[in-house]
Design a protein around this ligand. Structure first.
Ligand code: GLU
Length: 428
């Protein structure tokens, strides 16, 4: 293995479930498949820039806390760095580095001219009030003021963040620069240049990829039995759009557990309930279920839309879905991925399945640069075209190379980056 030299080995995580080691392992498999030379592989195995800042914040109680914030910029050979900003207690530098690398392959696979980056602050958002979250976000932004920008690195929402945080970042950046710079973030509110359709975009992309995969098997979304782990930005949007398309959502969950209804959940009612009850989930027709039970329910499509490492060597043999659609990043461990393949389960890989968000981020950026804003129907149409094109390309690549859909997505993404690096040459 080409060991990444730049990253401190902060995590006591065993290598087989360390997100960064797993992502590097897929990269190495793709490099072998593509017969890349070792020098190129070494370049791609390391992030180009890793920034960690400390974020002191005075809470309303008067207590001062210091949080750790990261931004990892993996590769900008195709264009500005791009990727979300995550607020979650499990954030580590190695996790953020893995997610930055995934963004590089994701953008290359979708054919959008960005490099990969990711940011994260290790915190539980529910433990802070809005004013405290705003101070944390603004301090993080000013610590990174020289590292972000519309031509440098463009943050976006991720787990635990939303349009609200993007507006704070845009404002802090703009105040420091001296004029409004809407292009410094995507996924911002429509009032300051955000795109219609961005909020549901990742979930819509998941729905499109699942629909295409079912269609290839002669099946339809209508009546498809779907189980979703997670009911955040991505899980709740995917649930709603799949429900609207006629699928039956049997179960959904949050970090504290899930709910199940054999006849299908009333997702619009559930969304309304979750908004009104601080993201808790409940509807009359449902019974409680644990996250572990939810993952092993018999269904057509299982959609892990929460954290990494949810399907592991411990539960993979109990998975009863025909298709696993990775709405989260890295929800299936390396070992479980091989086991699913052997069990005949189709895995729709994260860098394809959850790319809808960054695709609409790109469309937001394009609209901002041209000062022409589209209606939602056009945004959705343009996004769908890019997603369907990438899906077909991945399927074709997997047939030609006789590899899994994940490896096909990697060979396409990594191959494009390797070609661009080769064409640009090494500086100096
Ligand atoms: N956080 C999302 C992702 O992981 C979106 C990133 C973006 O829009 O830049 O793909």
């Amino acid at each position: 293995m080409v060991s990444p030299s730049l990253l401190p080995l902060e995590a006591p995580t065993p290598a087989h479930i360390c997100p960064f080691d797993q992502t590097c392992s897929y990269l190495e498999q793709a490099a072998r498949e593509l017969q890349l030379d070792q020098g190129l592989l070494a370049i791609l195995s390391n992030p180009r820039k890793v920034v960690t800042v400390s974020i002191p914040v005075k809470l309303d109680s008067g207590e001062v806390q210091v949080l750790a914030g990261h931004r990892v910029q993996h590769c900008d050979v195709l264009g500005p760095y791009k990727g979300g900003l995550r607020y979650h207690p499990a954030v580590t530098l190695r996790e953020v580095s893995a997610l930055a690398m995934l963004m590089t392959w994701k953008c290359a696979l979708l054919g959008i001219p960005y490099g990969g980056a990711k940011g994260g602050i290790a915190l539980e958002p529910a433990h802070y009030n809005i004013g405290e979250l705003e101070r944390i976000t603004r301090r993080y932004t000013s610590e990174l003021i020289k590292d972000i920008g519309p031509e440098v690195d463009i943050p976006a929402p991720d787990m635990g963040t939303s349009a609200r945080e993007m507006a704070w970042i845009m404002d802090t950046y703009s105040m420091n620069i001296g004029h409004a710079v809407p292009g410094v973030v995507t996924g911002k509110p429509i009032s300051i240049g955000g795109s219609r359709g961005r909020e549901l975009a990742t979930g819509r992309g998941v729905m499109i990829i699942v629909r295409e995969a079912l269609a290839e098997r002669g099946k339809s979304l209508v009546g498809a039995r779907v189980v979703i782990q997670g009911f955040g930005n991505v899980g709740s949007a995917a649930a709603l759009l799949l429900h609207q398309a006629g699928a039956k959502i049997l179960a959904v969950s949050t970090g504290s557990g899930g709910i199940f209804a054999e006849a299908g959940l009333d997702i619009p009612a559930l969304k309304v309930y979750a908004v009104a009850n601080s993201k808790r989930i409940a509807v009359p027709e449902a019974v409680p279920i644990t996250n572990a039970e939810l993952l092993t329910l018999p269904c057509d499509v299982l959609i892990p839309a929460a954290l990494e490492n949810q399907i592991t060597h411990e539960n993979v043999n109990q998975i009863q879905a025909s298709i696993v659609a990775e709405a989260a990043n890295g929800p299936v461990t390396l070992e479980a991925d091989q086991a699913l393949l052997a069990q005949g389960v189709t895995v729709l890989p994260d860098i394809l399945t959850n790319a809808g968000g960054v695709v609409v981020s790109y469309l937001e950026w394009v609209q901002g640069l041209s000062y022409v804003f589209w209606d939602e129907e056009r945004v959705n149409r343009e996004m769908e075209a890019l997603m369907v094109y990438a899906y077909r390309h991945v399927v074709q690549e997997s047939k030609v190379r006789q590899v899994s859909l994940r490896m096909a997505a990697y060979t396409l993404g990594v191959g494009r980056i390797a070609q661009a690096l080769t064409d640009r040459g090494l500086y100096p």
